[in-house]
Design a protein around this ligand. Structure first.
Ligand SMILES: *Cc1c(COP(=O)(O)O)cnc(C)c1O
Length: 388
């Protein structure tokens, strides 16, 4: 049985070309980029070449890119780094209810440290209202952090609009662009952001490496202190192989992103249409149009997400019931609750996320198997009133 992976939002396979680019940096070119002899200089050169590629990809300068261990570290650095750098100026930080835990949890931490965290609501499509951002700004506001695209429901926020409001008021604006970088255009000048987080393994790069864009002149404290690496923004011997892999992933995205987006949008829409048609009492979550090209999130009445997930797994199809981080807990997804779903519907939701190696045949197979799974599970449910 061919296994079908439809959880690209959780992580992507590492592109074979990325693996190939990384390979020399484990043994032949293993030097420490801080060493002065040639082994080190070789690593240093690879590092700086990678930094240039990443910078070009988002329209930044190389010195504005700090390599990190991934999206979580980038988000933590952005929030805590700005909070501690600007605590003399103010204590209000504005964010939203649909942020990833890697923004939400540092937010809770900062609240205990005396910062005032304003968590903006979203509408039923998962959108934050830019006007709500404007109204929440006061003279104590030091940072606004709103994600670019949501990992669960795929909704794309009006980042540029919010960025302009913040820039106009002189307030720093951070976006968690982990689901967007490598998939959507993410030029920082267009987005009007001061800080932007990205992660390699969400766009065919390796796990454990990412970057934080820090606009020149932005005041920020480092999270990790030690050596002088990354211009003292992030201590620790650089993950040369990982960073070279990340840069390769960026290079591939620069070439393939646009076409891939078109292909995925078609497959996505075929999957959405097919499921909504074949399964009664189902509804799409997230914005119908302002949505990631690869995201399908649907709620099914009278069935449990976990039961659907496990039955699909028996057929070799991998999906998610929410975000990977929350799927092992029994709490309904906070994102689905935030868009107004009752807890039962949130529990009966499945996220399919498509990617580079998804084909029409995969979509057809899901459309063949999945409606039968739902029908079978509903037939066993005491809550199910029967097909109308
Ligand atoms: C995956 C993800 C993260 C965390 O990135 P890691 O590299 O896994 O730490 C943060 N934000 C969003 C939106 C994500 O999808």
């Amino acid at each position: 049985m061919e296994r079908i992976y439809l959880d690209y939002a959780a992580t992507t396979p590492t592109h074979p070309e990325v693996v190939k680019a990384m390979q020399p940096y484990f043994y032949d070119k293993f030097g420490n980029a801080s060493s002065l002899y040639s082994f080190g200089q070789e690593a240093k050169a690879a590092l700086e070449e990678s930094r240039q590629k990443v910078a070009d990809f988002i329209g930044a300068k190389p010195e504005e890119i700090v390599f990190t261990s991934g999206g979580s570290e980038s988000n933590n650095t952005a929030l805590k780094g700005v909070a501690f750098a600007l605590r003399g100026k103010g204590n209000r930080i504005i964010t939203s209810v649909v942020e990833h835990h890697a923004v939400g949890e540092p937010g809770k931490f900062l609240a205990k440290e005396g910062f005032e965290i304003i968590t903006l609501p979203v509408d039923s499509n998962g959108l934050v209202d830019p006007d709500a951002v404007r109204k929440a700004l006061n003279d104590k506001t030091i940072l606004v952090s709103i994600m670019h695209a949501n990992n669960e429901i795929g909704t794309i926020q009006p980042i540029t609009e919010m960025g302009r409001i913040c820039r106009e008021k002189g307030v720093l604006f951070h976006t968690d662009a982990v689901q967007a970088v490598g998939h959507l255009p993410t030029m920082v000048s267009e987005l009007t952001v001061d800080l932007l987080s990205a992660s390699g393994h969400k766009f065919y790069g390796p796990k454990g490496v990412g970057f934080l864009y820090i606009r020149r002149g932005t005041k920020i404290k480092p999270l990790i202190q030690g050596g002088d690496q990354e211009r003292r923004f992030r201590a620790g011997t650089e993950n040369t192989a990982g960073i070279v892999g990340l840069a390769k992933a960026v290079e591939i995205a620069a070439v393939e992103m646009e076409e891939e987006g078109k292909k995925l949008t078609q497959l996505r829409d075929a999957l959405i249409k097919g499921i909504l048609k074949a399964v009664p009492d189902s509804r799409l979550n997230g914005h119908p149009a302002q949505r990631l090209p690869n995201n399908v999130n649907i709620s099914f009445a009278y069935v449990e997400g976990e039961s659907m997930l496990l039955n699909l797994d028996l057929e070799g199809i991998a999906v998610s019931t929410g975000s990977a981080c929350t799927s092992s807990s029994l709490e309904p997804s906070s994102v689905l609750l935030a868009i107004g779903l009752p807890a039962e519907s949130a529990h009966g939701s499945i996220r399919f996320t498509l990617g580079k190696w998804t084909t029409q045949a995969h979509v057809d197979r899901v459309l063949d198997i999945f409606p039968k799974i739902v029908a079978k599970l509903r037939a066993m449910s005491p809550l199910y009133p029967g097909d109308k």
